[in-house]
Design a binder for this molecule. Structure first.
Ligand code: URP
Ligand code: ZN
Length: 449
């Protein structure tokens, strides 16, 4: 479908200006003032009161993730619909083989699942062990499969975590072949020791989850990850940074020009550990790793975004239903870790970032789209509004309001950690490669006329 958007305020990471946009055959064809109604069959959108934003890119989602509590509640179909409703047009999920399985085979299978997505998808590939195949498989992924990023876990040593010496081997090969290692930084040994101790004292409620993973669990891991990446000469992307101490290590490395990139998530910017001090059915929703932190951490994270230390905000979208969470009713270590948020990332950051003067409109676009596209290898097809780029566009209504609720959200889950949050600023229309994928006035994604 071709379309002309008239009179919107186009916002890119480096500028904003009023202009018209013509999209032809899925690409942005022209950006000029007063484009005449074209001589081709086009729809015309009057965006006088709207912003035009590059489609949101969520760097971190876990759809249909297998866990002992069953799969995370959103699959690629439901999760991507929720993403579109919130203005996210592309996201990056994960390939997590089980030990003994070929990485390349796991990638093939995960791509089949991702084919149900309504959004564009890239995949981070996770080596979960080091075998005599791993090096060749990583090289194959980079050279033949278009994979750029490899996610390793310092936590979860008993299932998918990698030992330090194996992380180093992954970093060496990824760095040498032009990829990037993304890292879940939490010190597994300390978590396991704390968990054992808490459980032995009868401390089984969700409020003990954060006590098993204090700030030092993350910051020590971040420090170690940075040192390893420096030695291995590998770019490092640290996911879901949640503590001010970790930011200090990241800032120090960046000041020495080491390629270290940091991501945080809306939950660490907007929620805090007091939420664990509730009865099980409420508190369990907030059991995620890393856990929610204190006000001073939240403030440091907002500041780090403003200062350019944190470059991206992903969601770590990994929802579980109350029934799934109740698996840990008598033992917090059995509560499946994670919460949803892919639908709300853009509106939360707009409301609590831009409208509360914590970040500029340009910074909003940078952290929700442009930087992710650059880091993950999607730029300039995505992440910017310019002639020649994909027409992944949001017609963003800055006045639209919503009160977030699990009853009305599109995520396939009966829990929502942002329930009760009021947001202002939502997509009116969401386009991917020139195709209308979301129309706020027609939630059935009916054809656009
Ligand atoms: O609690 C979380 N973050 N769950 C998703 C899996 C992970 O650790 O990233
Ligand atoms: Zn995650």
């Amino acid at each position: 479908m071709n379309f002309l958007i008239k009179n919107g305020l186009i916002v890119n990471a480096d500028s904003s200006f009023k202009s018209d946009i013509l999209s032809v055959d899925g690409k942005i064809s022209r950006i000029e003032k007063n484009i005449a109604v074209p001589d081709l069959e086009s729809s015309i959108i009057d965006a006088s009161d709207c912003l035009i934003l590059p489609g949101g890119i969520d760097t971190h989602v876990h759809l249909h993730l297998p866990t002992p509590a069953g799969f995370s509640a959103d699959d690629f179909a439901t999760g991507s619909k929720a993403a579109l409703a919130g203005g996210t047009t592309s996201f990056i999920d994960f390939v997590t083989p089980h030990r003994g399985q070929s990485i390349v085979e796991a990638l093939r299978l995960r791509r089949q699942e991702a084919a149900n997505s309504l959004c564009d998808v890239k995949l981070h590939v996770s080596p979960v062990e080091w075998t005599n195949q791993t090096e060749q498989e990583i090289i194959h992924c980079i050279k033949n499969e278009g994979i750029k990023s490899f996610k390793v876990y310092m936590a979860y040593q008993s299932t998918i975590g990698l030992r330090k010496e194996d992380i180093f081997k992954v970093m060496k090969v990824v760095g040498k072949h032009g990829g990037i290692v993304t890292m879940h930084c939490e010190m597994d040994e300390i978590i396991e020791k704390n968990r054992k101790q808490l459980l032995s004292q009868g401390k089984t409620a969700p409020k003990f989850h954060p006590l098993s993973r204090p700030n030092a669990v993350e910051s020590e891991a971040v420090k170690n990850a940075i040192a390893l990446a420096e030695k291995a000469e590998c770019p490092l992307y640290i996911v879901h940074v949640s503590t001010h101490e970790a930011l200090d290590h990241i800032h120090k490395a960046q000041s020495k020009r080491q390629p270290v990139y940091a991501e945080t998530c809306p939950q660490y910017l907007l929620l805090d550990e007091s939420l664990y001090d509730q009865p099980f059915d409420q508190a369990c929703a907030y059991v995620m790793s890393p856990p929610l932190r204190k006000k001073e951490d939240r403030e440091a994270l907002w500041q780090a975004i403003a200062d350019g230390i944190i470059l991206t905000v992903g969601t770590d979208h990994c929802p579980f239903t109350l029934e799934q969470k109740r698996l840990g009713l008598h033992d917090f270590t059995k509560i499946p870790n994670g919460a949803g948020g892919v639908e709300h990332r853009m509106s939360l950051l707009y409301t609590y970032g831009v409208l509360q003067n914590r970040i500029s409109l340009q910074k909003f676009v940078e952290i929700t789209s442009t930087n992710a596209a650059k880091i993950i290898g999607w730029f300039p097809q995505k992440g910017i509004i310019q002639a020649g780029s994909n027409a992944d566009l949001l017609v963003w209504d800055p006045n639209a309001k919503q009160k977030i609720s699990a009853k009305t959200h599109h995520q396939n889950c009966d829990l929502n950690v942002y329930k009760g949050f009021e947001v202002q600023g939502l997509p009116k229309y969401t386009f991917i490669s020139g195709t209308l994928k979301w129309n706020a006035d027609d939630a059935d994604l009916a054809d656009f006329h």
